[in-house]
Design a protein around this ligand. Structure first.
Ligand code: SAM
Ligand code: MG
Length: 214
């Protein structure tokens, strides 16, 4: 039977990364995607921007929308302060099963809570289910037409506080025009674009970092 791309990505991690060493997991995935098969991880170039935002915010509570194979969750988790946690949502159970193994290989099960389900179903339940008050940082990287409705849902559900940071991937490619229009024009946010390239390519893409003003 034929393997899937996430399965081949996991095999590359298990072959080339050291158990318990998150940086080696990230490196093995980037190497696989540059040398073998493109995959939709935030990637090494935008990953450096992600790292610098995580380091600057030093968040205790992070929400990620869209786990895929766990690449960005691992990247984020290893930069969190000792008490810091990330909840990551993934609605495709096959991707979630791979992510669980990638996260375990990195030794980050304690810091990463992987939740299988759709963002629109989980966002309203997160407070009661996980006892979080608000998120310090939200990384939006799921399907692009969900960025705007899920942002409004997070606002409604009180998951954002004054100073919470939204970091949105792929705002140029594939693009999230309705989200950008909203976040750049709403008086409730102060927003900034970080120019970069689509993962593992030379095509322009970037991250939008937006501070919730309350
Ligand atoms: N953040 C990951 C990284 O950089 O390593 C990549 C995430 S990938 C671009 C998007 C993922 O979001 C896919 O695995 C897809 O199944 C998932 N997804 C899309 N829409 C979703 C939704 N509404 N709720 C939960 N997961 C979703
Ligand atoms: Mg992305």
């Amino acid at each position: 039977t034929q393997s899937t791309r996430p399965q081949r990505l996991l095999a590359a991690v298990q072959k080339n990364a050291t158990r318990g060493d998150p940086r080696s997991v990230v490196l093995a995935i980037d190497q696989f995607c540059r040398q073998k098969e493109w995959a939709m991880n935030v990637g090494d170039e935008k990953g450096c921007i992600l790292d610098s935002v995580v380091s600057e915010v030093n968040p205790g509570a992070v929400l990620e929308l869209g786990t895929y194979c766990g690449y960005s969750a691992v990247r984020i988790a290893c930069l969190l302060p000792p008490h810091g946690k990330i909840i990551t949502l993934e609605f495709n159970p096959d991707n979630a099963a791979i992510a669980r193994q990638v996260i375990a290989w990195a030794g980050l099960e304690e810091k990463i809570q992987l939740v299988v389900g759709a963002s629109g179903d989980w966002i309203p339940k997160i407070k009661e289910q996980f006892g979080v008050k608000t998120f310090d940082l939200v990384f939006l990287d799921h399907w692009k037409d969900r960025y705007l409705p899920d942002t409004k849902l997070m606002e409604e559900c009180g998951l954002l506080r004054e100073g919470s940071i939204l970091l949105a991937d792929n705002v140029i490619c594939p693009g999230t025009p309705d989200y950008l229009e909203y976040i750049r024009n709403s008086p409730r946010y102060k927003s900034q674009y970080f120019k970069s390239h689509l993962e593992y390519t030379k095509v322009e893409d970037g991250l939008e970092k937006s501070v919730f003003l309350g």
